[in-house]
Design a binder for this molecule. Structure first.
Ligand code: HEC
Length: 180
């Protein structure tokens, strides 16, 4: 288990290095967010990378939009992926599978680069639905032209099932995601 070494290292240094972590607000500050992001009547369980972060990481690192505030040189790429893997199996006690780890890493890169991040929920078949990172604007284009923009609630978006392109924009960065 490659995480064991890192995990014990973390427990030894975690408290001493809190200042180095990205936005670690005082415990409890973000606590109210967790309850609002879980509407009682959610048809589809929120299982995407953002829901995971809110449930498993935000208590230490702050809300998705608060994490990384003031951290000038965040970890990136493989080093970031390893850190997330260690955090998931260490303090969060919620190990990620390879796909989940890939998604979580991509989301973190988008968080600090301020680029768009969209996750399409493969479990939703009758609509196009998923998660979108705060600050990302979504529009949808069909071959016939622009169509109604997806509805966004908290970090969940959805739109009627249709083929086209989901366009995610954040600042100057644009990502075009084909939807079939
Ligand atoms: C119990 C509190 C706690 C929880 C829960 C936690 N972390 Fe951390 N995290 C820390 C501390 C403290 C550090 C800084 C010390 C270190 O890097 O070992 C850190 C550092 C990090 C870093 C490195 C930031 C950088 O670029 O320097 C990343 C990335 C990270 N955590 C991601 C996560 C993710 C993803 C989760 C959820 C799976 C998570 N953490 C859960 C406390 C926590």
């Amino acid at each position: 288990m490659r995480s064991n070494r890192r995990q014990s290292l973390l427990s030894a240094v975690a408290l001493a290095t809190v200042a180095c972590a990205f936005a670690l607000p005082l415990r409890g500050e973000g606590a109210s967010d967790a309850s609002t992001s879980q509407p009682a009547e959610q048809a589809t369980p929120a299982v995407g990378p953002i829901a995971y972060y809110v449930a498993k990481c935000a208590r230490c690192h702050g809300d998705v939009s608060a994490a990384y505030v003031g951290l000038e040189h965040p970890k990136t790429g493989k080093v970031l992926e390893q850190e997330i893997d260690d955090m998931a199996s260490g303090p969060s006690q919620s190990p990620l599978d390879p796909e989940g780890l890939k998604q979580q890493t991509a989301m973190h890169e988008a968080m600090f680069r301020k680029t768009p991040f969209v996750w399409i929920d493969p479990n939703v078949k009758d609509r196009v639905a998923g998660e979108v990172l705060n600050g990302t604007t979504l529009t949808f284009e069909t071959p016939a032209g622009p169509s109604a923009a997806p509805t966004v609630t908290e970090n969940r978006f959805e739109l009627p099932k249709q083929a086209g392109t989901l366009i995610a924009k954040r600042g100057e960065a644009v990502v075009r995601i084909p939807v079939r």
